[in-house]
Design a binder for this molecule. Structure first.
Ligand code: 8YV
Length: 328
């Protein structure tokens, strides 16, 4: 019996490829070329499954050009690279990798927020430039994290994990805004207070963005929102590029309308808006919030499990549009 054919669209752990090869005819991309849409379509010809990352966009055009495709398994919890309505209409199952990255990503979000508040990147650059000649009383004075008000926009699994670190580890007051309010049983151990977006912007000392990207989240933080924040506040984005208007943020940082920002994601990444490189009060990291070896491996394993189950009659553990399975 011939095995189903799949495309692994980006380089991945060799052990995961070897596991996939036990179940499938695998076309891999260990050279890690970033495919254009035309190349992606070409490589997907005759494939029933695709192992993707955030860099592969699966939309109606790709689906129409690849009629054999039955499952697209993203090695990411976010799936704004998928047009889910188009996948569902085409009968293509989409899966993602929730849960396995929650704590690792929350660790990073908290670390980035702390590095931003305590000016770690800026002071290290100063040191490396050889400019440290003497101690001064207000040298790189930042703002406290402990006891401060932590504002979270997007209180899903990762948002709650960051809130736990702040409330239980650092005595922070937690306020949050989300599409829906959490049940009291989830709020009360953290002392978390649900507020409207304007209150969140006004009251947060450290605002952390953890919401999924959607058209309605585009530029959720732009010039008008930045203007409502405290001049001493910090902003940390580990969610998605495009949620923050990077040009407006660079201007706010330059004019000290907010104190500092920590960014792991960017509009149009891996390109960065040059204005962000010109301001000192920003910590910049290359979309690595989920990147520990253990977690990246767990994400790859989960994406592989989804593919294997979907194409061999099993139950995929983390479907996004599970209704496709019901119809099959
Ligand atoms: C991924 C992420 O590394 O899971 C997500 O949504 O943003 C990251 O963990 C990235 O999307 C690559 O697929």
């Amino acid at each position: 019996m011939t095995q189903p054919a799949i495309l692994v669209a980006r380089a991945v752990f060799p052990e995961v490829l070897a596991h996939l090869a036990q179940h499938f005819e695998v076309e891999s991309n260990q050279a890690d070329t970033i495919f254009t849409k035309a190349e992606l379509i070409e490589h997907l010809q005759g494939k029933q499954g695709a192992f993707t990352t955030g860099s592969e966009r699966i939309d109606a055009e790709v689906l129409a050009a690849c009629p054999q495709l039955r499952v697209v398994a993203n090695m990411a919890v976010g799936y704004n690279n998928f047009d889910i309505a188009a996948c569902t209409a085409a009968g293509v199952l989409a899966t993602n990798t929730p849960d396995v990255l929650t704590e690792t990503t929350a660790d990073f979000g908290f670390a980035l927020m702390m590095a931003t508040a305590r000016r770690m990147a800026e002071s290290e650059r100063f040191l490396r430039r050889g400019e440290w000649t003497k101690w001064t009383y207000d040298m790189f004075a930042g703002s406290d994290v402990h006891g401060a008000t932590l504002g979270i926009l997007g209180m899903g699994r990762i948002g709650q994990a960051i809130a736990r670190r702040g409330a239980l580890g650092f005595g922070m007051k937690v306020i949050y805004h989300n599409r829906s309010r959490l049940p009291a049983a989830d709020e009360s151990p953290l002392g978390a207070r649900y507020v409207d977006k304007a209150t969140l912007l006004r009251e947060a000392d450290h605002l952390v963005l953890v919401l999924p990207y959607s058209a309605s989240a585009h530029h959720a933080i732009g010039a008008p929102e930045l203007a409502q924040m405290k001049p001493t506040a910090t902003l940390t984005n580990i969610a998605r590029g495009g949620i923050v208007d990077d040009v407006a943020l660079a201007a706010a940082l330059r004019d000290r309308r907010i104190a500092a920002a920590g960014l792991d994601v960017f509009e149009g990444e891996p390109a960065l808006h040059p204005d962000l490189l010109d301001v000192p009060n920003v910590v910049l990291t290359p979309h690595i919030a989920s990147s520990t070896l253990a977690t990246r491996r767990a994400m790859a394993d989960l994406a592989a499990k989804n593919l294997v189950a979907a194409l061999t009659g099993g139950v995929p553990p983390t479907p996004i549009n599970g209704e496709v399975l019901a119809k099959a």
